[in-house]
Design a protein around this ligand. Structure first.
Ligand code: SAH
Length: 354
């Protein structure tokens, strides 16, 4: 694969243009075009410069292959092809406060969570910073947005992949997506979800990117957690809580816990009480969501009324919590489902598309 031009920051683009012996203002033209979601071949620059760029860089790092719109809630699933033919996916959701794009950070995932479709075939490769950014630029353009009036206003790193297992590229992406003059999405409108890679959580606290740190907890003891999340064998809940406290100390931002309600596993009243005890007094919020069932997995979603009861117990214990709607369940809303079903139905055994 060639390099990804969208990996570069504005300053790095300036340096590249200088290296190519071009006038400085060309960097601004290139940057603006890329941020509008244009391919290199669509940039309004002299043809020789376009050719020089295309020789070195991928013309369209992320191409929209297919979109599916949920009849239930309007959530829109995007299937993207990368330049090497790998497939990734993202979801675009319209809310009252803005439009959220959920992005993937890796092709597949190697964390092995038992409820998740993304990890069924492990991790194929990391995405580069520019590929992650291009998911957003492509959707912003496709949804009729531009840089002044953006269609994508909020970003969540909750698609396929473990963001902190691709730390360097994800941090570079975050710096570029928040940069002034670009699509400029404020860190406050970005949520990053991790299964709890403790050393990276601590390192990230020092990056000076005050986003909404979200941790997938899904259990209240290490033993129970290890039943669905292999990473629990490596890091303890107590270490995760300490890393969250450190994040709060460094950034002043409350943190969030994701808790997926699975029938017979973690959704009973005793689990709600244990969760409340664990989190009491911490500057955090709990996002409850009923399991989005994955056909390859035997786990079942907790009943709606069990979920509501869980929420009531948490609230009665003084824990700030919400029960989120599970969006797009009719279009394979859960991570990795569309990619998996598409690969399966199109019979691309290696998960690639050309
Ligand atoms: N690897 C990161 C981010 C990707 S998953 C993480 O683990 O946080 C984003 C969120 O969706 C996580 O909270 C994950 O546990 C949850 N999730 C994955 N599969 C799900 C499913 N089938 N139903 C409900 N939530 C799911």
């Amino acid at each position: 694969m060639k390099q990804i031009l969208q990996d570069l920051s504005r300053d790095e683009l300036n340096a590249l243009v200088e290296e190519l012996g071009e006038k400085k203002f060309r960097a601004g033209q290139i940057y603006l075009g890329l941020m509008q979601g244009k391919k290199i071949s669509e940039l309004n620059i002299p043809a020789p410069l376009r050719s020089a760029l295309i020789e070195r860089f991928e013309d369209e790092p992320v191409r929209i292959v297919k979109t599916l719109t949920s009849q239930e809630d309007g959530a829109k699933k995007y299937l993207f092809a990368l330049a090497d033919g790998n497939l990734i996916e993202g979801v675009f959701m319209k809310y009252k406060y803005g439009n959220t794009q959920c992005v993937s950070t890796q092709v597949g995932c190697r964390m092995g969570c038992k409820f998740c479709a993304s990890t069924l075939n492990g991790r194929l490769r990391d995405l580069t910073a520019g590929e992650i950014l291009s998911e957003i630029l492509a959707v912003n353009r496709s949804e009729g947005g531009n840089l002044k009036d953006r269609a994508v206003t909020n970003v969540v790193l909750m698609g396929s992949g473990e963001p902190f297992d691709n730390y360097g590229n994800v941090v570079r992406f975050l710096r570029n997506v928040t940069a002034e003059g670009g699509i400029a999405i404020s860190a406050r409108n970005i949520s990053l979800s991790t299964c709890g890679l403790v050393p990276e959580m601590r390192k990230f606290a020092e990056e000076g990117i005050p986003l909404n740190l979200t941790v997938s907890l899904h259990a209240t003891t290490d033993e129970e957690r290890a039943r669905t999340m292999p990473i629990a064998n490596k890091y303890q809940i107590s270490e995760i809580l300490e890393a969250c406290a450190y994040y709060f100390e460094k950034t002043g931002r409350r943190y969030i816990f994701e808790y997926t309600l699975i029938s017979g596993e973690n959704a009973d009243e005793k689990h709600a009480l244990a969760l409340a005890k664990l989190l009491k007094g911490r500057p955090c919020h709990v996002n409850l969501i009923r399991l989005n069932e994955v056909k390859e997995r035997p786990l079942r979603a907790a009943e709606e009324r069990t979920a509501r009861k869980f929420l009531e117990v948490l609230e009665a214990q003084g824990i700030s919590a919400t029960l989120r709607r599970s969006m797009g369940s009719d279009i394979g809303g859960a991570c990795g489902q569309l990619r998996a079903s598409y690969i399966c139905s199109q019979n691309f055994p290696d998960g690639k598309f050309s």
